[in-house]
Design a protein around this ligand. Structure first.
Ligand SMILES: Nc1ncnc2c1ncn2[C@@H]1O[C@H](COP(=O)(O)OP(=O)(O)O)[C@@H](O)[C@H]1O
Ligand SMILES: [Mg+2]
Length: 485
């Protein structure tokens, strides 16, 4: 059994704190609208019918008594009934019902004052009846009903004392019973309202729980979907890899024969005219491109096993930039390196990690034809936030609290449009086909990073630049390690 939250309400007015009160009022109103109408109708009926007995017992004052009954109290009640069909009634319900109860009570007191002592018993009983209806049947809120009850009693006392036509002993006696009726009525009214509120509160809690459970279910569903998507993605990659390696193996040999043939032709038989030379050059370019694709495909589909040694990532990054130094200078690209000193060594395959950084740097270079700036940062971090690939899910590579090395390479290039961002590491996705792009650079990069037990995140703003973050695990001594060979 789940522990129920404790109900919080004002012990005197029984009001809930905050917005809940409004919801409760609306609910309570709707729930008891029919009962309230019926109670008013019953009240009108008995208030009206008792006039018949009155006429028999006390024919002299009949005119004044009937005026109170049939010109004031009964029409007031019928008016409430009529008004209750309008929405506006909800806001005035309490005031109207309390007003009506008080009018009925004061009416009886007036009649009592005008009546001979033989009638006291008759009115006294009617007044008790009115208190009963006010405290229970009309579903008036406790605080209002109690005010009405004591107000009626006060008026009774004042009128009795002023007119002095009730013998002291009778007055004492009736006062005692009126007070008792008020106390008992209050207790009944209080408990009725209290339990109605308690029921409402529990239903409300259950609803709330239900909503939360539904939300959790939705989140779980989304996670399953997400995982499914990733599985499909990795299955897709595996299929592409298998297919690619089949094709690449078949094509590799014929291609090298063609390349050799072209080389031979270029060397041995100088083409007769310029057109032939041009055609030969085109064939060679196309074949070199095909050869490049095939080699990359082979890289991706049957990668070299990782040769992991404890190594300094900053050193690999520096070497990668060194290798690109000439090209970067030529393209007027400024490089800023910001590496934290004394970072722990981590287990990496130096050559393959270099390929990762070079691929990323090359992409940045291609994205900045007019020059620009590349900022590289490497630092250690204890992951504290849930993010892309970092979190609580079993499928997340890193848990919050893992220690990692973060390698960022940011450029000030063209950026990647939002709809392309999710596709850039798909095999064969390239926007640089005409400039020799194969669309395999990031595919291979991602695959290498993942085989190192890391993740790669790409963020980009079109027209502003792109940031690629490689997150690599720092394995502490005794860790099992998540790296695949
Ligand atoms: N730093 C970058 N800035 C802008 N676009 C990029 C960047 N890196 C990658 N891209 C986009 O991603 C595509 C795929 O990159 P990649 O897999 O390396 O293939 P390729 O470089 O052969 O096109 C690129 O064609 C380019 O559109
Ligand atoms: Mg590339």
């Amino acid at each position: 059994m789940v522990k129920m939250e404790k109900i919080k309400l004002n012990p005197l007015t029984l009001s809930f704190a905050g917005d809940l009160e409004k919801t409760f009022s609306e609910n309570y109103f709707r729930r008891f609208l029919k009962q309230v109408r019926f109670a008013v109708l019953t009240g009108v009926f008995f208030y009206g019918i008792s006039g018949v007995f009155e006429a028999q017992i006390n024919p002299e004052t009949r005119g004044m008594l009937w005026f109170i009954r049939y010109a004031v109290v009964c029409p007031f009640g019928l008016g409430i009934l009529l008004f209750s069909v309008f929405r506006l009634f909800e806001g005035y319900k309490q005031v109207l019902l309390v007003g009506w109860a008080v009018a009925a009570g004061v009416g009886i007191i007036e009649m009592n004052a005008a009546a001979p002592p033989s009638m006291h018993f008759f009115y006294y009983t009617s007044l008790i009846l009115i208190l009963i209806i006010t405290y229970t049947f009309l579903r008036i809120r406790f605080i209002w009903a109690a005010s009405a009850g004591w107000f009626i009693l006060a008026v009774y006392e004042i009128v009795a004392v002023r007119f002095g036509n009730i013998p002291a002993a009778v007055l004492e006696n009736s006062t005692f019973f009126f007070i008792s009726a008020n106390v008992i009525g209050m207790a009944v009214c209080y408990s009725m309202e209290f339990y109605a509120r308690k029921d409402f509160f529990q239903v409300h809690l259950l609803k709330d729980r239900h909503e939360k459970a539904e939300q959790k279910l939705q989140t779980a569903y989304n996670e399953v979907r997400e995982t499914q998507k990733r599985l499909i993605q990795s299955a897709k990659m595996a299929a592409v890899g298998q297919f690619a390696s089949g094709v690449a193996h078949e094509v590799k040999n014929p291609l090298s024969i063609i390349v050799q043939g072209i080389d031979y032709l270029e060397r041995e038989s100088i083409p007769a005219n310029k057109d032939q030379a041009e055609v030969l050059k085109m064939i060679k370019e196309a074949v070199v491109r095909a050869d490049k694709i095939v080699r990359r495909l082979l890289d991706f589909s049957s990668p070299h096993p990782l040769r992991l040694v404890p190594y300094e990532v900053t050193e690999v990054m520096r070497a990668s930039f060194r290798m690109m130094k000439k090209q970067l200078a030529l393209m007027k690209i400024k490089v800023t390196e910001d590496f934290t000193a004394g970072l722990p060594l981590i287990m990496i395959d130096e050559e393959q990690m270099k390929q990762v950084f070079i691929n990323i740097i090359l992409n940045s270079l291609h994205a900045m034809p007019e020059g620009g700036e590349i900022t590289a940062r490497i630092y250690a971090k204890d992951l504290t936030e849930v993010g892309n690939g970092i979190g609580r899910r079993a499928s997340d590579l890193f848990k919050v609290g893992s220690s990692v090395l973060i390698c960022e390479i940011k450029d000030t290039g063209l950026g990647i449009p939002g709809d392309e961002l999710s596709k850039v590491s798909d095999p064969f996705f390239t926007t640089r086909f005409s400039q020799g792009g194969t669309g395999l650079g990031l595919t291979i990069t991602r695959s290498i990073v993942e085989r190192h037990g890391g993740i790669i995140n790409i963020e980009s703003k079109e027209g502003q630049g792109t940031g690629v973050t490689v997150i690599l695990p720092i394995f502490k001594e005794g860790d099992q390690g998540g790296q695949q060979q």
